[in-house]
Design a binder for this molecule. Structure first.
Ligand code: HDE
Length: 726
């Protein structure tokens, strides 16, 4: 077992409302409608009342009459379909209208239901009710996404990842529409169409899909240096995450917390993974795009199905209003992080995702987030990027839904009652009884009544907020114009192997550029961040290395930005491939059950399906596993004389899985001697247990992942630390 523990440590270190007749879940009467405790504990339970289960039922038309729909109504046996065939027309027209416009960005994604539990009573810093008591639970829905690709694109495309949170609080929905990278490309929302037009595929060929490795993207990046910081994060591990479970989330903008008596603080939201962070290596991410385009949604769905509920700690960095300018950059600048050394994170509570959607379209596709979904106790800042988003998301939902009643879709509906004078519109679901749909009125006793800071626990704008000044369109703010120091801070804070990954990613992208001008401009910008990066990229591009441009060079580092420096916090949901033969698969039984205790699945692979075999070599692939164990007898069975060989001889497929696993930086272990001809040297992440006893490599297994990735960087990515071209 020592070997297995080491292998596991190596992986850990590296890679590695209740349904009632009322749609609000209330039983009856206005008193119940005012009862905040009526919010269900899990958002999926609320959907029960809308869920249709057709088991043992007869097929009906859309208006309820039982019908049959397998043949159209024709004039005679060989005649044409009749216009009268309402069954045909209803079925086909509904089908013709099944799609809604995909999201303009973040089209590809996956979601899950969950719950937020507050660690405490935070009323000293915010009036937000969901943060008002220790142990208080609030139902949630969360959607993960990539940005650039269309709805059918591959999960593992290199990209910023969307990480949008919805809290169905007892005072209305609060959305935190964040990303897995704490900064953004631009500082002003008016540039968003420019950014997206630049990164999306070429308008003529619609190539490349879900990728920034093309001229227009790098043209924009190099002309708009505010993009560089986010670009650096995306070129590192955060751009190609191991799974949605293994990434952090950030609110990006500065927001405000406001107390009941109107005192406010500036805050930056983050939610940190309790699984630990892990990224893929680029070679594997590319392979996965073809071999399993659903890699991330599958991991999320399977983990939740197995009860390995992913969790994140939701926290804030809290800053005084008067400290706005003390950090050397503008807190209204979303291209900057507030380093955790300067302002530590206060952990407010825990997010747990514990239920999969029951219908992708109804829930994940129709969920419509908005930064404007805000609750009492939280307020915006004047960040122009945030201000633009507060408008844009409402607009885009109107376009996607085709009308203003999208908040009435079950997944969007707040779990508290809605009382206002908004009326009618396409697909109005409610029957409003109030005939005085205006305020002020006397005919309905003045209801619905106005709620504000003092009355009815209403939302209110932080009283201390003030603005003044001339109207300006173009501001040259010195506090916002240093675009290079923080990308360098990020780069300095990475492990050597991660630095190399980042450089290799930029080499990959820029090598695909056709325009010499764009290449030159990109190099000039990279060189303002780091001469090391620019020099290595220049080598790959076959151009002269630029002389240092040191104005923004420094040696500062910060914590919390590296993907690979910490071991995983949990191994749950990971998979280990056990390369064996059909006859000997049963030897895996005890390993399987001990790994299962860690939440790790041992997948037994053999040449054909049999008792104890989970997968055939023809179906298995290195990308299916987080680590590989080679059964004791496999070498002697396969590498011996043909007389002694199984149907797998020569070792082609198992060997390929083993070697690719090694190249992708996964730990590999041999229960017998190492396979001859495998060309896997002793080194970090390689474990051998022979009859002479268990033997480990020189490195401490717990830190294995880190070294493993370095091994992968040097041996397979080609770009070693000395800058050898790939
Ligand atoms: Fe978005 N963004 N965005 N964005 N964004 C959308 O809204 C937009 C920005 C983010 O899972 C769209 O419902 C503008 C920052 C996520 O459904 C759209 C600007 C951050 C999602 C839109 C930004 C995000 C979106 C497309 C510049 C991180 C997916 C579909 C001011 C803090 C939400 C939709 C989901 C989606 C506009 C910048 C995150 C078009 C104008 C910064 C996670 O409205």
């Amino acid at each position: 077992m020592a070997l297995l523990r080491s292998l596991l440590f190596a992986i850990a270190g590296v890679n590695t409302v209740l349904a009632t007749s009322c749609p609000f879940g209330h039983t009856s009467g206005d008193d119940v409608h005012n009862d905040r405790r009526a919010v269900p504990q899990n958002s999926n339970d609320f959907l029960d009342q809308y869920t249709i289960n057709s088991t043992d039922k007869f097929l009906t038309s859309d208006v309820g009459g039982p019908i049959e729909d397998q043949d159209s109504l024709t004039a005679g046996e060989r005649g044409p379909t009749l216009l009268e065939d309402f069954i045909f027309r209803q079925k086909i027209t509904h089908f013709d209208h099944e799609r809604v416009p995909e999201r303009a960005v973040h089209a590809r994604g996956a979601g899950a239901h969950g719950v937020f539990e507050s660690y405490g009573d935070w009323s000293n810093i915010t009036a937000a009710s969901f943060l008002g008591a220790p142990g208080k639970k609030t139902p949630m829905f969360v959607r993960f996404s990539t940005v650039a690709g269309s709805r059918g694109s591959a999960d593992t495309a290199r990209d910023v990842h969307g990480f949008a949170l919805r809290f169905y609080t007892d005072e209305g929905n609060f959305d935190m529409v964040g990303n897995n990278i704490p900064v953004f490309f631009i500082q002003d929302a008016i540039l968003f169409p420019d950014l997206i037009h630049a990164v999306k595929p070429s308008p003529d060929s619609e190539i490349p899909q879900a990728a920034t490795a093309h001229d227009s993207a790098w043209d924009f990046f190099s002309q708009q240096p505010s993009t560089l910081h986010t670009l650096f994060w995306a070129m590192a591990g955060q751009g190609i995450v191991r799974s949605y479970r293994h990434m952090d989330g950030f609110g990006v903008h500065t927001f405000r917390f406001v107390t009941n008596d109107g005192k406010s603080k500036l805050v930056k939201f983050s939610w940190k993974t309790l699984q630990g962070k892990a990224g893929l290596v680029w070679e594997e991410a590319q392979a996965l795009a073809g071999k399993n385009a659903d890699y991330h949604r599958e991991d999320l769905f399977e983990s939740i199905e197995k009860g390995y509920y992913p969790q994140w700690e939701f926290g804030v960095q809290i800053m005084n209003e008067e400290d706005q300018f003390k950090f050397g950059f503008d807190l209204l600048d979303p291209t900057k992080i507030v380093p955790e050394e300067l302002v530590p994170i206060t952990k407010l509570g825990k997010i747990t995702l514990n239920q999969n959607p029951r219908n992708y379209f109804a829930e994940t596709e129709q969920v419509m987030f908005q930064p404007a979904h805000i609750v009492r106790g939280i307020d915006f800042s004047d960040d122009p990027l945030l201000q633009g988003r507060v408008f844009s998301y409402l607009d885009t939902q109107l376009n996607r839904h085709g009308g203003p009643n999208f908040e009435q879709l079950p997944i969007n509906m707040p779990r508290v009652p809605i009382h206002n004078n908004n009326r009618d519109g396409q697909a109005q679901m409610f029957v409003h009884a109030n005939k005085a749909a205006y305020s002020p009125n006397t005919l309905n006793g003045g209801s619905p009544k106005q709620a504000n800071q003092q009355t009815g626990r209403g939302f209110f704008t932080a009283p201390q907020r003030s603005v003044s000044g001339n109207l300006v369109r173009s501001v040259a703010s010195t506090l916002k114009s240093d675009y290079w120091s923080q990308p360098r801070l990020f780069f300095n804070s990475l492990l050597p192997a991660e630095k190399q990954f980042l450089i290799n990613a930029i080499r990959f992208e820029t090598s695909k550029l056709k325009s010499a001008t764009v290449k030159k401009n990109a190099l000039a910008q990279l060189n303002k961040i780091s001469n090391e990066v620019a020099t290595q990229v220049a080598k790959a591009l076959g151009v002269a290395a630029p002389a240092p441009d040191p104005k923004f060079y420094h040696n500062n580092k910060t914590k919390g930005v590296s993907t690979f420096s910490n071991e995983l916090l949990s191994l749950k949901g990971l998979k280990i491939g056990y390369l064996s033969t059909a006859g000997t698969a049963s030897t895996a039984t005890s390993i399987k059950s001990s790994l299962a205790k860690e939440g790790v699945q041992l997948v037994v692979v053999a040449e054909h399906l049999a008792d104890g075999v989970d997968m055939t070599y023809s179906a298995a692939d290195a990308t299916s596993f987080d680590g590989v164990i080679v059964a004791a007898n496999i070498d002697s069975t396969f590498s011996g004389a043909p007389s002694n060989a199984s149907s797998l001889y020569p070792l082609a497929r198992p060997l390929q899985i083993l070697q690719e696993s090694y190249r992708y930086g996964k730990p590999v272990g041999f229960l017998g001697e190492k396979i001859r001809d495998a060309n896997i040297p002793f080194g970090p992440g390689v474990y051998v247990s022979s009859s002479s006893g268990s033997r480990k490599t020189e490195e401490d297994g717990k830190k294995g992942y880190k070294f493993l990735r370095r091994a992968a960087t040097n041996s397979t990515m080609g770009g070693s630390a000395n800058g050898t071209a790939q």
